[in-house]
Design a protein around this ligand. Structure first.
Ligand SMILES: Cc1cc2nc3c(=O)[nH]c(=O)nc-3n(C[C@H](O)[C@H](O)[C@H](O)COP(=O)(O)O)c2cc1C
Length: 234
């Protein structure tokens, strides 16, 4: 090989280098991009399927609680059919929720018996406490309260859950004005309801939310029941 041709070869190699570097950068970028997309897709699909599963579990817990509040033998309609999907921030909702109505046949006509509201107390110790509350249409008294989902601390705030204590049963029979508004808090703060030792935030949040729902019922029950009637007539 002459000096001249060696020089030309070296020149060619050095001309190729930027090209091969560029190629390697773009190949690696494409591979990285592909894996980033793949990971995002996996995380998104896991999130969606988990959320779906949680929603399903929550709905099952809600249905079970529904029949604890108004047992099947106390009403005559199919509550799973008699429902309205709605969202109202006044009840703490963060998304659409289902309102149920139990009806009882009287002289051949179905009368509204109990409205069962889905409610979220947003100020629990660890965030949202989702519960349902049945309110009797005839006198506005509480038919029952059941906590459906919460993140309160085991051994402290989780006594709102009927599986841990029967605290929620204390609300049965109470209504707006019974007790008066000072009474709607824990005993420690002058109210009539038990608190939990060393954990006042959770029961205070639930009690306030229950009283708020009673007030909501007082203002809105007729309007809501009308919506069920319209639905039934269709
Ligand atoms: C780790 C930890 C977890 C707690 N979890 C709760 C809870 O779930 N609910 C609650 O009301 N308070 C909880 N507390 C206590 C609250 O911070 C607060 O002190 C208490 O609610 C005030 O109630 P008291 O006035 O009866 O002491 C927790 C405290 C700690 C340190």
């Amino acid at each position: 090989m002459t000096d001249n041709s060696e020089h030309q070869d070296r020149q060619k190699n050095s001309d190729d280098k930027p090209n091969s570097l560029g190629l390697s950068i773009s190949t690696n970028s494409a591979i990285l991009g592909f894996f980033a997309l793949l990971c995002t897709a996996i995380i998104a699909s896991t999130y969606l399927s988990t959320e779906e599963k949680i929603d399903k579990q929550k709905r099952q817990a809600q249905l079970k609680a529904l029949y604890q509040i108004v047992p099947k033998q106390q009403h005559d309609n199919d509550m799973l059919q008699d429902n309205i999907v709605f969202e109202d921030q006044a009840l703490g909702h963060r998304k659409e929720q289902t309102l149920f109505l139990a009806k009882k046949s009287l002289s051949g006509e179905q009368q509204p018996l109990t409205l069962i509201y889905p409610v979220t107390a947003r100020d629990g110790y660890s965030g949202d406490i989702d519960f349902i509350i049945g309110i009797n249409v005839s006198d506005g008294s509480i038919a029952g309260v059941r906590v459906i989902k919460h993140k309160e601390t085991p051994g402290l705030g989780d006594k709102v859950d009927l599986r841990k204590s029967d605290w929620v049963l204390d609300f049965n029979g109470h209504s707006l004005g019974d007790p008066d508004s000072e009474g709607w808090t824990v005993k420690k703060e002058g109210g009539i309801f038990d608190g939990f030792t060393g954990a006042t935030i959770t029961p205070r949040a639930v009690i306030a939310s229950i009283e708020n729902t009673l007030r909501y019922h007082h203002l809105n029950a007729d309007k809501l029941i009308e919506q069920f009637d319209v639905k039934t007539e269709q």
